[in-house]
Write a protein that binds this ligand. Structure first.
Ligand code: ZN
Length: 197
């Protein structure tokens, strides 16, 4: 399936405009800065019937993200990133929906939000730099599920093909923690495989 050029442009624009440099990304802070209101519910709430994970609402020019706070933190993070995707990609306005429910508009809208989410949580450029890609270690670093991490690794090429960054505005990631963890990991891996320094 071919996604709209708009999707890729919006992902790049958002990453650059928001100066997203610290990972794992703080989604609560990101919502606060953009004045997207977060509203939690739990497993006993009737809102679970709308979605077990979460959903977003656009009303009176304000965005609200509702999410089930009783599910695993990593899953919550993906839900928030997915709903942020619907907001940034302008789905509510474009499709004239106060609330976007799974498959209410079309599955490609859900796919777009998922593609946005994986690039928001785990930027391609960061992961592409690592030689030995361990799903487990990367998942724990970026605070995502191992399933989400595996999907991220399987989609590096497709995303790299479409994401076009403005070279005059380079993304400057906060590499400190990231490099320390991965240099240790890489050295341990090399030692295990008999690589001498
Ligand atoms: Zn959705």
């Amino acid at each position: 399936m071919t996604y709209r050029k708009y999707l890729w442009e919006k992902i790049v624009e958002f990453q650059q405009d928001q100066s997203l440099i610290n990972y794992p990304i703080n989604l609560y802070e990101l919502c606060k800065q953009n004045e997207w209101q977060l509203i939690t519910y739990d497993q006993n709430s009737p809102l679970v019937d709308i979605s077990n994970d979460g959903f977003s609402v656009y009303r009176d020019n304000e965005y609200y993200i509702f999410y089930n706070a009783s599910i695993h933190e990593n899953r919550i993070r993906f839900t928030l990133a997915h709903e942020i995707g619907h907001i940034v990609l302008n789905h509510h306005v474009e499709f004239n929906c106060e609330i976007i429910l799974d498959n209410s508009v079309g599955s490609y809208i859900e796919d777009e939000a998922n593609i946005f989410a994986r690039n928001l949580l785990i930027p391609n450029q960061l992961v592409s730099e690592i030689e030995y890609k361990s799903v487990k270690i990367l998942a724990s670093y970026f605070k995502v599920s191992e399933v989400a991490m595996a999907t991220r690794l399987n989609t590096l090429q497709i995303d790299n093909r479409f994401l076009k960054y403005d070279k005059t505005k380079p993304l400057e990631y906060c590499y400190n923690d990231f490099h320390t963890i991965f240099e240790c990991y890489q050295m341990a891996f090399n030692r295990m495989h008999g690589v001498r320094y």
